[in-house]
Design a binder for this molecule. Structure first.
Ligand SMILES: Cc1cc2nc3c(=O)[nH]c(=O)nc-3n(C[C@H](O)[C@H](O)[C@H](O)COP(=O)(O)OP(=O)(O)OC[C@H]3O[C@@H](n4cnc5c(N)ncnc54)[C@H](O)[C@@H]3O)c2cc1C
Ligand code: FES
Length: 243
């Protein structure tokens, strides 16, 4: 059940110029599914901002955050011990499948995939994709739970190219879980239709409330019409999206 919590900042670690790992102690050990998210208050903006749960250990939660604007800059400046308000856990996470899992993350889209790799019974493969090596973070942490492959568009780390190049061998025996930029998710959707594998995607709509009240995050679903990404998602089965 979602709660409004006051958490204490445990650490703020700058990973690469644009990424940070924020760990907070919520004081409550709530059950969380990989893919669920929290709305975090940031010091210098009015509205809370949504972030996927990257890792959860008891009452401690970690968020992998790409600095984008005022809110995320404010989070980067938090000091250990500072108090932060959050609403958590929100949304529907990934549905775990018995099939061989392949996790695909583009840039900060890797954020929800660490907890997923931990929650899957069998060791998955994870593909971390970025424009350059500066977009590849947490590879060593992923390697504790998954076989890691890296792709960069400029070839500065791992295999040169897009994440889709690593997925040509997939078949109906695979379940693919993805999060990242929409063009990447749409390319995966096309590939899933061609190769007949199962695909779940986490969508990143702009969100104001995170709890189904503002209707700012509405998206169309094939059978149900318009739904809120914050409550019906952010994870959807790609075949249900009108792409
Ligand atoms: C369910 C969900 C989970 C998310 N999980 C993460 C996560 O784990 N890590 C992470 O770094 N980011 C995540 N995001 C995106 C994150 O919420 C935004 O980057 C953040 O709100 C930007 O806040 P800001 O004040 O720094 O930037 P703003 O000043 O609000 O915006 C700066 C720039 O970022 C763009 N932007 C803002 N929100 C989004 C968004 N939702 N998607 C794409 N672009 C956006 C704006 O259009 C603008 O160009 C998630 C979004 C959703 C909906
Ligand atoms: S963010 Fe307000 S309804 Fe989804």
């Amino acid at each position: 059940m979602k709660k409004l919590l006051q958490a204490a900042v445990v650490s703020v670690e700058l990973l690469k110029p644009a990424y940070l790992l924020l760990t907070v102690d919520t004081g409550e050990n709530l059950e969380v599914s990989a893919g669920q998210f929290a709305m975090l208050s940031a010091p210098n903006v009015f509205l809370r901002r949504p972030f996927s749960v990257h890792d959860a250990e008891g009452a401690k939660l970690s968020f992998l955050i790409k600095i984008a604007g005022a809110g995320t800059r404010g989070l980067a400046e938090l000091k250990t011990g500072a108090k932060i308000s959050l609403i958590y856990p929100l949304g529907q996470g990934f549905a775990l499948s018995a099939k061989k899992a392949v996790l695909v993350g583009g840039g900060c889209g890797i954020a929800p995939l660490l907890l997923l790799a931990k929650q899957l019974k069998n060791k998955p493969t994870v593909i971390l994709g970025g424009r350059t090596k500066n977009d590849i973070v947490r590879a060593a942490e992923f390697a504790r739970y998954a076989e890691v492959k890296i792709t960069t568009e400029d070839g500065s780390l791992g295999v040169r190219g897009l994440v889709t190049a690593e997925l040509q061998e997939l078949s109906a025996g695979h379940a693919v879980y993805a999060c990242g930029p929409e063009p990447m998710l749409k390319a995966l959707h096309k590939l899933a239709a061609e190769k007949n594998f199962e695909l779940q995607v986490s969508l990143e709509s702009v969100m104001a409330c995170g709890v189904g009240a503002c209707l700012g995050c509405v998206t169309a679903i094939k059978k149900s019409g318009n739904v809120c990404v914050c409550t019906e998602g952010p994870v959807f089965r790609a075949k249900d999206l009108p792409w």
